[in-house]
Structures are given as structure tokens and as C-alpha cells.
Design a protein around this ligand. Sequence first.
Ligand code: ADP
Ligand code: ADP
Ligand code: MG
Length: 472
Amino acid sequence: MIKKILIANRGEIAVRIARACNEMGIKSAAIYTDADRYSLHVTKADENYNIGPDSVAGYLNVSRIVDLAVSTGCDALHPGYGFLSENPALAEQCALRGIKFIGPDAKVIRQMGDKIKAREAMIAAKIPVVPGTEGNLESLEDAKAFAKKIGYPVMLKATNGGGGRGIRLCKDESELGYNFDRVRSEVSKAFGSADIFMEKAIVNPRHIEVQILADSRGNIIHLYERDCSIQRRHQKLIEIAPSPQLTQKQREYIGDLAVRAAKAVGYQNAGTVEFLMSDDDQFYFMEMNTRLQVEHPVSETITGIDIVQEQIRIAAGKKLSVKQQDIHTRGIAIEFRINAEDPRNDFLPSFGRISRYFAAGGPGVRTDGAIYTGYHIPPYYDSMCVKLIVWALSWPELIARSKRALKDIEVHGVKTTIPYHMQILNSKEFAGAHFDTSFVESHPELTEYSIKQNKGEIAAAVGAAIAAHLQL
Ligand code: ADP
Ligand code: ADP
Ligand code: MG
């Protein structure tokens, strides 16, 4: 069995992985940049190693991180999400140096990381894909001709993209002309390759994805689906498992489809197959994420399966601990991404000191976070600072409990998306379980709200004003 894992990540996901190691009796080693000296993941792991002053580049340095894993006696490495998690070079380096990479092999990461190759593999496996180009777009003329063929609206997308970036809707030929070079330059800056392709834009779709687990002995299972339709700028804000918008029949269909997709590429470890569901209830493969996902806790909550622990067992060569027929879901779970951003100011990142943090608790509530009272959120990283996960037996109970939990959690000192999530819960459409990926954009009024300040905050503000006055 694996004895010590290097966690090649930071923040809440590094804390999450350290917790899994702890429960399994496996030692964990954290890495941290100078900017992350006081980050929670540093103290939650058994060992920690400084990787220097480069706030972002430090977590992206493959050879340095693998060297560190070797020299500190780790026998496995978990990449988390973001950073190097979908970088085939890391998986390759680990394999060369005798470190078990907790994820699929480099070949599959490379294949699925290229959305054109992923689509080809799915077409070959007879999985329905969003209609789109067979290869990359060579020129604007090429793009215009193809758009004419499939019909507007169309989507321009980064072939090597991720994190919702490099995706642009074009409603007509003039928008396509306007966007073409812009997307190419944006994409080449973000992903180091200017490759883009085109898909038919599915109008007001729902984003439905399936969590799968595959071991090295050919066993593949799914943990049902997540509905991630509540997004802003193609980035998820809220995720729900199972989707309140699917019938049992659709649920089974999509689960089988995801398992077939994973089988077709010889997948191993945890992965997610993402689909778009059109308004006439057709499902189309969109992409596969070859890593642990931000929203994995909602699937854990309804199935009772610890996905990170399964990942570690799979990497150690063990059999999946459950069979498909042993997986039963109970109730419904929702995750709110609490970002240090100001929804009333175009979701501008809000970094700085957390003057007070109180984690929500009570029945059916889980908080996965990396903040504490006194912590300074550094400006270099993702603005997501806590994930609030709520579970209940039914959708109406889930809404009520979520409101309670969002009132319960307290994050002071920075602006957060907490009040915005409350606005969403109060909307009739959401409560009625009818929403698609256009929800956020079509409800700009939800960003208009006032915040009741609590007594502590008011007292602190009054104190600061008096002090400033005395200094004058
Ligand atoms: P999930 O697909 O797990 O919901 P996200 O799409 O929100 O996750 O991505 C998780 C994290 O990884 C985010 O911090 C996101 O910005 C980052 N990320 C994902 N894919 C890429 C990529 N290809 N390049 C850079 N960052 C990425
Ligand atoms: P990423 O790798 O950045 O996660 P995805 O291909 O998963 O990119 O797309 C992210 C989001 O963009 C989807 O969840 C969906 O909301 C939107 N999207 C992507 N492709 C399409 C499409 N063809 N039609 C409609 N919406 C799309
Ligand atoms: Mg995606």
C-alpha cells in the first residue's frame, strides 16, 4: 500500500486530500510557496516543504515537485484540481521516477485534454457529441463556412481549454468575425496554444456531468450525475447531485453513457464525463475531466463513497471497494462555491484579511475550506475560499436547509458570494428546479441586494472611525 503522498496543490483541495490520507493511515506532505506560508493546507498535512517565492509558478514546476516527492520518500503524488492536474508531463515524470501518480496515465490525460481528440474518441465509441468541426479552425473563412453548415448560434472553443476560459458564443456571422481573432489570442495566452474549434451552441442547455471511478482491473462504475447549470461566464457556481431536472430513466441512460465513454479510452482512476442536455432532452458529450473535480463532495454526500480514498486505492492497484449495484443514493446534495468576490461589483475579486470566520454546521452541512480567522487571502490564486455542501432528503428541504446554512456561515473582512447564493435560493425559478446555463445572465437583478451588517462589524467600524478621528 501507499505510505506517503505528496500533495501537489494548495488551499481547500490540499486540505481535503490530507484528510483522506489521515483517515487511511497514510502520511501526507504539503508543498507551499512563500505567499502560502500561513495557508491551512501547510498545517493539515503531516509534513510541509517550502517551494520558494514564485507564487504561481512554484505549483507548476514539474521537475522540482517530482524531485521533492522522491527526496522526501513519497511513493505517490496527488495533483488535486487546477495547476498540474491535467498536465501529462507530471504523470509521465512520476511514472519514470517510481512515484504513483493518483490519476489516469499520461496518454489518456493528453488525449482527453485535447477536445478534438476527445470528440474523435467519443464519435468512434458511438457516444453522441455536440455537432462540431472535425479538426481545428484554420482561418476565419474556414469558420464562416462551417458555421453556415451547422447553423448559428455557434461556439468558438479552445481545443486545449479549461476553467471556462476561451469559450465564445457567436449569434451570427458578424459576431463570428468580431470574435475569431480575439478568442485565438486569448486562448494562446491562457493555454499556450492558439488552437480553436467550433461547436453548435446548444441553446439554454443544462450542464449534466457524471462522476466515474475505474480501477486497474477493468472495473468501471459511476456515482450518478451532478447538475452544474448554475454558472457565470462558463464557470460553475452551484452544483447539485443528483440533478432535480432528470427522470430516473435519463439518469440511468447518462450513467451508462459515461461508463461507456470511460471504457472506450481505457480510463483509470476518478474522472468526470460532462454532457450538455438540450431543451428537447437530448444529451451530448462535451468533454472529460481527467481529475478530481471541485464539486466531488456532492457525489460523496449522496453515495457515502469517499472519492479521494477510492482514487488512492486505485493508484495502489487495488480493486474498487464497491460494485455498481452496491451504489445507492440517498437524498440530494448541493454545493455553493463561496468565492472572495463582490457580486455587486461584477464579481470583482476581494482579497485581504479574514477578520472573522465561523463555519456553518448542524445537520446535513459540510464545509470544505481553507480559511480561518486572521488568514490573509493572497491575491495570486483562485478566489474560491470555502465550499458549503448541504444535504437533505428532498428538494424543498434542501432549499430550506441551504438558506439556514448560508445564514449560519460567517466570513467577515472580505466580500463573498454568500449573499448572492441566498438571492438564488430565493428565486422562484431555482426553487422550482427549472434552470439552465443562462440562469445567472438572465437574472442580473439578483446582484442587487443590501447587506445587513451585524453588531460586531458595526462596532468595529465605529471604533475605526473614532481612532481615525483621534489621530486627526
Ligand atoms: P471543475 O471542472 O472541477 O468544476 P473548474 O472548471 O472550476 O473545475 O476548474 C477547477 C480549477 O482548475 C479552477 O481553479 C480553474 O480555474 C482551474 N482550471 C481548470 N482547467 C484549467 C486549465 N486547463 N488551465 C488552467 N486552469 C484550469
Ligand atoms: P471547460 O473545459 O472550460 O470546462 P467546457 O467545454 O466544459 O469547457 O464548457 C464549459 C461551459 O461552457 C459548459 O458548462 C456550458 O455552459 C458552456 N458550453 C460549452 N460548450 C457549449 C455549447 N456547444 N453550447 C452551449 N454551451 C456550451
Ligand atoms: Mg468543463
